[in-house]
Write a protein that binds this ligand. Structure first.
Ligand SMILES: [Zn+2]
Length: 265
């Protein structure tokens, strides 16, 4: 964190409201308008479908506002079926993700292809992510909140940790390969601690259409999935004062280290 920010925070006592004001003054970040000035977004997902299930409405909205959205999928999704064998499923899920991404308006798809359920939490994967961030140069990196209570899927927890670490370290010239890139903003989806609710009332239809494209995941029990997706959107919408919403925790990346205030905003 920039020393001036800490010094001012200490001087003022830093209630959440005061800290919000400080972020505006010192980093130019308005927590009420987190996408202001963002042009390139890298949405990192453990499996094909996570970006859309979590924040498909937000991504559809942002891509239609002219922002460039890219997906980075870390695993092959080969564990996500009781019927199809892994080799077939990984191909099916790639095709489904390509169709869904087109519906959302995603410009580019990147894949790492690790085995579903076995994403390694390692320095090597982190350096792979740093390399991708440095070549794609996003203004905002999105990933699952690794601290979501009761999240049992290791790929989700590891994806969130690795993405956060890579977004933070990609600015450091002595870490990894390639030219450093300062990721200004980091955001977590699938979060129970959002600091931003995006109004997706006009984009829920598109989100549902994109999810439907993941036939191997949702087709069989579509009616229940639709109820679930609408319920989650109403849960967040209720908090934000909209019919349907999606929740994110977005902050300047520099605040995600040694900062006791990152969780209170
Ligand atoms: Zn997943």
């Amino acid at each position: 964190m920039k020393p001036i920010l800490l010094a001012k925070a200490r001087f003022r006592g830093a209630s959440p409201e005061e800290f919000r004001e400080l972020l505006k003054e010192t980093l130019g970040f308005d927590v009420g308008m987190p996408f202001e000035g963002v042009e390139r977004i890298l949405c990192i997902q453990p499996h094909p479908d996570d970006c859309e299930l979590a924040i498909g409405g937000t991504l559809a909205r942002l891509s239609r506002e002219g922002k460039e959205v890219e997906y980075l999928t870390l695993t092959d999704g080969s564990a996500g079926s009781r019927e199809l064998p892994p080799e077939e499923l990984r191909k099916v899920r790639r095709r489904e993700q390509e169709r869904a991404a087109e519906i959302i308006g995603v410009k580019k798809l990147l894949w790492l292809g690790y085995t579903d359920t076995k994403l390694p939490y390692s320095d090597d994967v982190r350096e792979e992510l740093i390399g991708i961030i440095r070549s794609e140069r996003p203004d905002l990196v999105l990933a699952p909140d690794p601290w979501l209570p009761y999240e049992v899927h290791p790929d989700h927890r590891k994806a969130g940790l690795l993405a956060g670490e890579a977004a933070f370290f990609s600015a450091l010239p002595n870490v990894g390969e390639g030219n450093p890139w300062d990721v200004p903003l980091l955001g977590f989806y699938y979060t129970d601690n959002p600091n931003h609710i995006e109004d997706v009332t006009g984009f829920l239809k598109l989100k549902l259409k994109a999810l439907k494209a993941h036939e191997s995941q949702f087709k069989e029990d579509w009616n229940s999935w639709e109820v679930f997706v609408r319920s989650v959107a109403r849960f967040y919408g209720e908090i934000g004062g909209f019919k349907y919403g999606e929740g994110l925790r977005i902050l300047p990346t520099v605040l995600f280290h040694a900062n006791p205030l990152a969780g209170v905003l």
